[in-house]
Design a protein around this ligand. Structure first.
Ligand code: UDP
Ligand code: MG
Length: 316
């Protein structure tokens, strides 16, 4: 193959894993005779991960190191790696040896031969704790599948192969790396899943636990909003607002009639409801208008990176 392959890996305190992973990636890349680069992003590690990156870059110029000014999170680390990738094909995987670089050639071949935009891994035998990790993840997978309509078994596997233009336009903010398949589909990408190997984490600790449940659910809401209303926020806020306002207005008119007929309306719960609904309706409509303006700014202004890089290590 003539095109360059970029492998992007985020690292946060992975000092025991990084050198072993680098060796495993090199082995595959050399065996397949790929033209390659490995973009390692140090996401503010407090251990010797960055030192190991410097050593790797010195011994093999295919290894490019990006050092973040702080811990910006896995999504930003992946985004930075993708932004700096020069390859035609971009591969992402975890830095903790849970994914196996040996799966890369199979995935890449599938992408090229069958002309997919994204080939995503699906962990066949997920090697994580059953109760705190696998169970919530199963539930999350179910929710994501149902609400976004992007039919995948495993959204959490980070081993993925992308075509360059899809990867570069994902719009990865916050902790949206979990929704990369949805983000890719939002761009009209074609995607397929293949079973991949998954190993238990031997060194270091997982950076996540059960506490991310509510964050994932909020992100899911955001994704559903993006999917349906990203470019027309007024349709949801306006519709809701007009509906709420109308009901409130009807209630208020009814109360005014009662008042004219001489009844005492003060102290009726209905009065409270009527006032709340009209005000709420007006607010929803205004939020819709604001969101429309924001959305236009978002699309029309220059895209800025959500991270700050201190230094980039590049090979000759
Ligand atoms: N990671 C990162 N920044 C963070 C948290 C994690 O770059 O703030 C990296 C981490 O080093 C690993 C990958 O993201 O390479 C996946 O993290 P982890 O293995 O903790 O997630 P899990 O596999 O448990 O879901
Ligand atoms: Mg892991």
């Amino acid at each position: 193959m003539n095109e360059i392959i970029s492998v992007v890996v985020p690292f946060y305190n992975e000092e025991e894993n990084i050198t072993k992973l680098a060796a495993a990636i090199t082995e595959v890349m050399e065996a397949e005779n790929y033209k390659y680069e490995v973009i390692m992003v140090n996401d503010g590690s407090t251990d010797s991960t960055w030192k190991k990156m410097i050593e790797l870059n010195r011994s093999n110029p295919h290894f490019i190191g990006i050092n973040f000014a702080g811990n910006y999170g896995q999504s930003s680390a992946i985004a930075a790696g993708i932004d700096h990738a020069s390859g035609e094909y971009i591969i992402t995987l975890d830095g903790d040896l849970q994914n196996d670089p040996k799966d890369i050639p199979m995935m890449l071949n599938k992408l090229i031969d069958e002309d997919w935009d994204v080939v995503a891994g699906e962990r066949e035998n997920r090697q994580d704790k059953a109760f705190s990790r696998k169970l919530p993840s199963k539930f999350a997978n179910f929710l994501i599948r149902k609400s976004t309509g992007v039919k995948m078994k495993d959204y959490g596997c980070t081993l993925r192969v992308f075509r360059k233009d899809i990867a570069k336009n994902l719009g990865l903010y916050g902790e949206l790396h979990r929704f990369i398949p949805v983000l890719a589909i939002l761009q009209g990408a074609t995607m397929v899943q293949v079973p991949v190997k998954h190993h238990p984490r031997i060194y270091g600790k997982s950076k996540y636990g059960i506490n991310r449940t509510f964050k994932v659910m909020s992100d899911l809401l955001l994704m559903v909003f993006f999917q349906k209303y990203m470019q027309k926020p007024m349709h949801i806020f306006g519709t809701l607002g007009i509906f709420t306002f109308s009901i409130g207005a009807l209630i208020n008119i009814y109360l005014v009639i009662l008042k004219i007929l001489g009844q005492d309306i003060w102290g009726k719960p209905l009065l409270m409801l009527g006032v709340l609904l009209t005000l709420g309706g007006i607010q929803l409509i205004t939020i819709g208008i604001m969101a429309e303006m924001q959305m236009r700014t978002y699309y029309e202004s220059q895209r800025k990176t959500p991270y700050r890089i201190k230094k980039i290590l590049k090979g000759e």
